[in-house]
Design a protein around this ligand. Sequence first.
Ligand code: ATP
Ligand code: MG
Length: 406
Amino acid sequence: MREIILVKYGEMALKGANRSTFEDVLLRNIRFRLKRLGSFSYAKAQSTIYIVPEAESDDACAALVGAAMPRLKKIFGIAALARARACEKDFSDIAAQAVPYLHDALTAAKTFKVEAKRADKAFPMKSPQICAELGGVLLKAYPHLRVNVTEPDVTVTVEIRDRNAYIHAAREKGAGGLPVGTAGNALLLLSGGIDSPVAAYMMAKRGLRITACHFASPPYTSERARLKVEQLCEKLTPWCGSIAFYCVPFTEIQEELERSCPEEYFTILMRRLMMEIAQEIAKREDCGAVVTGESLGQVASQTLQAIACTDAVSKMPVLRPLIGMDKVEIIDISRRIDTYETSIQPYEDCCTVFTPRHPKLRPVLSEVEEVQAAVDFAPMVARAVAETEKKVFALHIAEEQGSVTL
Ligand code: ATP
Ligand code: MG
């Protein structure tokens, strides 16, 4: 019989009445992710999704399963997954299939144990008996093995389910979290740096669908800088799914700030104006929150007082998943999600183009508002919003072009 994939959902299983919506979204995300690989059929039962490759030969099925695994590991909502062999619900078939199927895992191991999960209570053998008898069969076939029930090198699992029995030996960890789309939409402020792509990953993990918004100030910022940010969007697609990307022309506002505002207020006013524009784009995209890559105290604009002055502009929650993290921790994640190498390419960001020598570290909201009110930014904000360009980064295109590693 063929090899299949068992997908276990974690936290989602706890969601009570919402559970079937969560399952449906997860299943939709999985289907979307695998549809270009080949044909699969899907079934769900008992907190498990069964992904069954539809191909002529067992080898072709195994190849589909092999290609699906790394993709599935990047889908939020999956707690664990395992390649498994489907067998008849008959002990002699289970034993006959287990010996060759587990060859690689058991040859590499010194110790093992067998666990049985008997969801189908009509199966004639009870779990301890399945474990004992299959353990005996495997010991005979692989005489170098010893049983160790507390710390085995390999745990062989036999699951007796509705339609079939399944054998597997290596349960792998999934990406965890909640399926993208189950928590609503959020607008990410995406710079070209290390932090904001990590923030996107973290909030997608909590089920948010991410739309990205980038502020560019040509000619002070180059086309290369913009392309770098677009590349970051592509790199995020395996985790976030397809991403709508908005690029906002920010030059006029930055030049006006430089011309008319006291230098020490430049950064905080710039951030408030970014937030104002973000509100408009968020409304268009039906986003219920803004996400940034800020981390407390990292730079002048990330003190409590500066954050308060920025938040005062926002009519929706501003989520800062990195707020309590060190740079080292953030870098670790960015390497793991494969955005780091892109983020460290040395192109300028609009934030770094006009950096004041002494930015206000503890800005006071009333003073900031007063300084801002001296210039009528409203028409400039409206123009920036109107001239914003939208582009969609589709996961399957990023995949076809080889822009993302799987
Ligand atoms: P990052 O590594 O994400 O660039 P940073 O440590 O450089 O962050 P800042 O430049 O102060 O910090 O930016 C803080 C946050 O503001 C970023 O994480 C991002 O969410 C947002 N941001 C900064 N610059 C831009 C930009 N040009 N376009 C969109 N968002 C931006
Ligand atoms: Mg930055």
